[in-house]
Design a protein. Sequence first.
Length: 101
Amino acid sequence: MNEEALEKDLIELTSEDGDAYTFEVYDYFFYNGEEYAILQDPDEDESGGKEKSIVIMKVNPFTDENGEELEEFVPIEEELMEALIQVARTRILEETDEENG
């Protein structure tokens, strides 16, 4: 495994159909007192001038039977989707501006 892959916070999610997908955690943020994560495909190519596609998931922290702190990523409610997309876009644009500024 290369050094860059070790630095990325990668998670694997399983779809309703049982297909496994790997995502990189781009950022965490809070909205109305709840924690959410912006996830992106770690293998998408940025060179095409297109934006990377993102997925927004709600983060539910929990403690397992061994006392280890873990996070569960769950789909967000449809009525929150548009507001969360706007928050995510703003965060991504701010970070991009900082990198380019």
